[in-house]
Design a protein around this ligand. Structure first.
Ligand code: GLA
Length: 394
């Protein structure tokens, strides 16, 4: 984010919508994922990082038991929800994410007595695969936690936000996005072991290496709730059961997946097993100061997601191939798949990759993709009400 304008406005919108000043203002970032795709729900390893774009929630307590939510991105859809009546399926659309967090907190024994007003603003493109939903959940979770003095540890808030998304909204996502948003550290990627919950900060400073990470929003839109993501999850579970392991994380050698007769399940499992291996290789390279060396792993990840996991989409394949042909060190689709964004590792200041992708899109009559730098940034942080100050960001 280039300035604090988006952050200041959440507070201003709070005044317009609810009157008075918010008690707490929180910003939770979206995420990019360097590598480790579709490994989180297989209890494997992921290596995402927080972006400098995010969702801001300005919040205050109420006395009428309502959760009142307004979003600048959904001006015609205010939500005034009795907290006591929150139940899975009862809320649809964007408001289900913050409402789900309130529900998950209540389920965990924190009833949020009196209710809360939440004003939401965001500078994250929606549906671009940058986890705007998780950022909304995390900003709401921190605001509700702060308003009611709960002081819950961030890993627990990540789990509650995932519980909200899985069981209130009904989207079967893993824990990666919420973890990156809440636990990211500037200049680092977050290595997360999705079985144990153990994390480590891994240095990721492209500028220091004379490189840049570039996100390109392909413009194609996806929905994790459309069934294909859930189908991949279930194929992975079937493969694990047939291989006699609790999850595909326990398969350590790609050769083992050869025991699966079904060619589809064999491909799905091979992706997960090789992707876990690529995460470990990426961590070793980054720890040794070799970001450039990660480029080949990014492209191998894309090929695996395209050919074995079959979740890439035409715009991502074209963009990745154009990027590689134009001199990117690596490139791959990001997120759940079927739409959204891709990531390229390029020499700093090099414009050829963006130009080549734009030209390939134009040749096919597709709208030009949007580009922006992916800067490994701090996880969610509190803003001081009154000035939009980003003090507290580390
Ligand atoms: C989405 C989900 C994540 C993860 C990725 C794929 O972003 O929300 O939990 O499964 O897809 O890696």
């Amino acid at each position: 984010m280039s300035d604090t304008a988006g952050r200041v406005t959440a507070e201003r919108w709070f005044r317009d919508w609810f009157g008075g000043r918010p008690e707490q203002v929180w910003l939770a970032p979206g995420r990019a994922n360097l590598i480790g795709e579709h490994t989180d729900y297989n209890q494997g390893w992921v290596l995402p990082f927080a972006l400098d774009l995010g969702v801001t929630v300005a919040a205050g307590r109420r006395g009428d038991g309502l959760l009142a939510i307004r979003s600048r991105q959904a001006p015609g859809a205010p939500a005034d929800l009795p907290l006591a009546a929150l139940a899975p399926g009862a809320v649809t659309g964007w408001a289900a994410y913050p409402a789900g967090v309130a529900w998950a907190l209540r389920e965990a024994g924190h009833p949020l007595a009196g209710g809360a007003s939440l004003a939401v603003d965001s500078d994250l493109p929606q549906g671009a695969g940058l986890s705007s939903s998780a950022a909304l959940e995390c900003a709401a979770a921190l605001a509700l936690d702060g308003l009611h003095g709960l002081d819950l540890p961030r890993p627990q808030l990540a789990t509650l936000a995932q519980h909200a998304e899985n069981d209130f909204v009904g989207v079967p996502s893993g824990i990666m996005d919420q973890s990156a948003s809440l636990l990211g550290r500037a200049g680092h990627a977050l290595l997360l072991d999705c079985r144990t919950g153990v994390t480590a900060d891994v240095p990721l400073d492209p500028a220091a290496a004379g490189l840049a990470l570039l996100i390109f929003d392909t413009g194609a839109r996806h929905a994790l709730g459309d069934g294909r993501y859930a189908q991949r999850r279930s194929e992975c579970e079937q493969a694990a059961a047939l291989l006699g392991v609790g999850s595909l994380r326990d398969v350590t050698s790609p050769a083992e997946v050869g025991r699966l007769d079904d060619p589809v399940l064999r491909r799905r499992a091979r992706h997960v097993v090789t992707e876990n291996g690529r995460v470990k290789q990426a961590v070793a390279l980054l720890t040794g100061g070799d970001l450039a060396g990660v480029g080949a792993l990014l492209y191998a990840s894309h090929a695996s997601l395209r050919d074995d996991f079959e979740v890439s989409w035409p715009e991502a394949d074209v963009a990745v191939d154009a990027a590689m042909a134009a001199g990117a060190l690596g490139a791959r689709m990001m997120g759940g798949g079927f739409g959204g964004s891709a990531l390229a590792l390029v020499p700093a200041g090099q414009r050829a990759v963006g130009a080549a992708i734009t030209a390939e899109f134009a040749r096919r009559g597709w709208p030009p993709p949007a580009f922006f730098p992916a800067v490994p940034s701090a996880g969610a942080f509190r803003l001081r009400p009154g000035d939009g100050d980003s003090a507290g960001r580390s």
